[in-house]
Ligand binder design. Sequence first.
Ligand code: ADP
Length: 280
Amino acid sequence: MREDSVKDDDRIISEKLSGIARKIAVLSGKGGVGKSTFAMNLAVSLAALGHRTGLLDIDMHGPSIPTMLGLSQTKAHSDGNEILPIEIPWSENLKVISIGFLLENPDDAVIWRGPMKAGMIRQFIKDVKWGNLDFLIIDCPPGTGDEILSTVQLMGRGSEAIVVTTPQEVASADVRKSLNFCRKLDLPVTGLVENMSGFICPHCGEETNIFKSGGGEDMAKSFGVPFLGRIPIDPEVVNSGDEGKPLVRSLDHTGSAGIFFSIAENISKKSPAPKIQYGG
Ligand code: ADP
């Protein structure tokens, strides 16, 4: 892309994003830790709390947000100039856009090479018509590769990150890499979430820590970032995702739904997120 057209794009992107109060990138060290599940439940909860919320799914390794929201057959449309986010019939405050809404076949993106992905992300961020929002939640690809780097740079100043991890992942270097990535980019971390942390028996309610839990909290402390909470391994989380009926959509805010909600409430009260100063 020529240098002047990149500058034009950058100007358009920053004008477009200027109507969004908080842009939060949801990151994880690796795939399969529940990053998309968390991003989706956070966005639905924030919308239910009355915040105008956008959910942007740029996880091209497997855009799962359409399925989780029951929109797997939905295709995005444009008004001639811009891509229109999908409005969710059961949530007046939530709009969503996913690479999955633009693909003929959900597996198509997997074969794209790095530069193609980066170009797609740039175009996607530039072309979506969000309007004014209180929150934009971005479900990023896993890891700390070029795609996330370009996303965070395009999102610009004032962006924040939430890092999702699991008790097993805490033992690996991946989550540290994500936190160090934020530190290097001067990207404030709103907090760390430990997902799949313990199993609560649906019959007796007793909690079993299949893997050692609590490591996420220690890691958050060592990086000087807030710990947002632990979400247990919960069959309801899987079923609701597979069925396209988000757990937090119901008005019953007990169990895992209650945890997602209280994390969302907590985040909506916090501002701005602290930058990582030390540790790691
Ligand atoms: P990622 O975006 O990190 O790749 P996903 O959000 O797609 O991960 O989740 C991977 C799988 O784990 C999905 O089948 C999802 O339903 C399941 N999952 C996520 N969080 C939980 C949880 N707390 N309890 C049980 N299953 C979960």
